[in-house]
Design a protein around this ligand. Structure first.
Ligand SMILES: Cc1cc2nc3c(=O)[nH]c(=O)nc-3n(C[C@H](O)[C@H](O)[C@H](O)COP(=O)(O)OP(=O)(O)OC[C@H]3O[C@@H](n4cnc5c(N)ncnc54)[C@H](O)[C@@H]3O)c2cc1C
Length: 457
């Protein structure tokens, strides 16, 4: 590794054990860290500029990093890289309700932004399940979704403008703070979801909206998958969509119920969790959702009367990850399919699980068609790993064959690089590489993420 400038050297994590904690993200915890990598914890914009000046001059790869909750492997260290962690850039600089935005550093944790805005009567919509830990910078870089997208949309719908440091250290601004603005190309849209492959986000201007009412929840159980999909269809077509619409399939319910008694019966084919939060209409909306779900074939719909009951209905969903991980290692999938094909998808995954002899609970953001099959296997056993990846490959291809996409919210990262060309085609992939080269001509930004590494890089 070339000698670092003094300003950058002062921010290097020297302790080897601490450094190792920055080497892996949520998708790569079992992998062995590379032999040679440096972790720099930036404290301000100047530190980020200094790293990217040095990296460009020396051809050193840079992996931008937030809270390392990536499920796609894009935030983990690679051989010879500088991991550039920006969690300390965590100021909420400005909240402007009149123009409808907040200006935040990339290290601001999603849930903290929400809480600070809620205290002033405002909200920021994107709500990943990792909200308590993930950062706005990571959310912007992955165009994160979450539980409430069915009503509130994804991160891209909430980002108005960005400050980005490019390779070489140039500081660039995209977008606008005004209510409207259409000057030039939408480079904000390009950077949202670029997974750290174009530059480092050092500030985000995010849209804010009036806070909704506290949400109430309903839990509906179904004897058939078709009934659950009919329920999702009815709620999506309702004039006032729910704030949350999650699905748990038969295998998910059984796995959660094995973990603890959360009231799911063994013969249940699927369950839907629904929330309403429309100001002044929460109870009326929830009652209407319950009627629609019953008409769609729900065996039972439990409707919460207050926050405590709402919380109780969410318990099973909350322990889901822990319940799955109690059964083994987990390859977390993230495809998105058209709503009308949800039933076909889940039924086909049951077949894939049987063929590859792995357990695959399917759950996720049913209201968006964005599902997370969790391939439970034994990561320490090469044969079990082979079967898990065989199932993973089939699931990705299945989603494409149904008119879906290989990733709904986690991103391509490093994990899904081999499948991207299947979705985009060779010509589109080549065009996208050329777009990257405009901002990152030397290819130092997060190489191996989204695109396969080119020879010699
Ligand atoms: C339990 C759990 C639940 C999850 N639930 C959801 C969910 O509901 N919805 C969802 O969308 N995701 C979910 N995720 C995935 C993950 O939380 C998101 O992708 C999140 O946006 C990553 O944020 P982070 O701060 O951890 O970023 P990191 O993991 O550190 O980085 C993610 C990517 O962004 C890049 N990056 C990070 N910061 C910057 C920056 N400042 N500038 C440029 N690039 C940057 C990295 O290089 C990497 O490619 C979940 C993960 C876990 C572990």
């Amino acid at each position: 590794m070339p000698t670092l400038p003094a300003r950058v050297a002062a921010r290097v994590v020297a302790d080897a054990d601490v450094r190792r904690t920055y080497a892996a993200d949520a998708a790569s915890r079992r992998s062995i860290p590379p032999a040679d990598y440096t972790v720099v914890r930036a404290r301000d914009l100047g530190d980020v500029v200094a790293v990217l000046e040095h990296a460009q001059a020396t051809g050193t790869p840079v992996v931008p990093q937030g809270a390392r909750t990536s499920r796609a492997g894009g935030a983990s260290a690679t051989e010879g890289c500088i991991v550039l962690n920006v969690e300390a850039l965590d100021a909420i600089r400005e909240v402007d309700p009149l123009e409808g935005y907040a200006v935040v550093g990339p290290g601001v944790v999603n849930a903290r932004l929400k809480a600070e805005l809620a205290a002033q009567g405002w909200c920021y919509g994107p709500d990943p399940a990792s909200a308590d830990t993930c950062t706005i910078g990571g959310n912007v870089a992955t165009n994160a979704g979450g539980l409430c997208c069915v009503r509130y949309g994804v991160t891209a719908d909430w980002v108005k403008a960005l400050q980005v440091v490019l390779p070489g250290g140039a500081v660039m601004r995209t977008g606008h703070r005004t209510a409207k603005g259409v000057a030039g190309y939408d480079l904000t849209g390009l950077f949202v979801g670029s997974e750290g492959t174009l530059g480092v986000v050092t500030e985000a201007v995010v849209r804010i909206a009036p806070a909704p009412d506290p949400a109430l929840t309903a839990l509906a159980t179904f004897d058939s998958l078709d009934g659950a999909v009919a329920g999702i269809t009815a709620l999506r077509l309702d004039r006032h969509r729910p704030a949350l619409l999650e699905i748990l399939d038969r295998t998910s319910l059984a796995t959660i119920q094995q973990f603890g008694d959360y009231g799911f019966t063994a013969d249940c084919a699927a369950a839907l969790l629904v929330q309403a939060d429309r100001p002044d209409h929460v109870r009326a909306d929830l009652a209407r959702y319950a009627e629609l779900l019953t008409a769609a074939g729900a065996r039972q719909v439990a409707v919460a009367d207050d926050a405590q009951e709402a919380d109780a209905l969410l318990q099973g969903r909350r322990v889901m990850s822990t319940a799955f991980e109690a059964k083994g290692d987990r390859l977390a999938e993230d495809v998105c399919v058209p709503i009308a094909r949800l039933g076909d998808f889940i039924a086909a995954v049951e077949g894939i699980a049987r063929r590859w002899e792995v357990t695959i609970p399917v759950s996720g953001h049913g209201g968006d068609g964005n599902l997370h099959p969790s391939i439970v296997h034994d990561g320490g056993d090469p044969e079990s790993r082979r079967r898990a990846w065989g199932a993973f490959d089939e699931i990705v291809r299945l989603a494409l064959s149904l008119g879906g996409t290989i990733t709904g919210e986690h991103g391509v990262g490093r994990i899904k690089v081999p499948w991207l060309e299947l979705e985009l085609g060779a010509a589109e992939l080549a065009r996208q590489r050329r777009v990257k080269a405009v901002f990152d001509p030397s290819g130092i930004m997060n190489p191996g993420t989204i695109f396969a590494r080119e020879a010699g890089r």
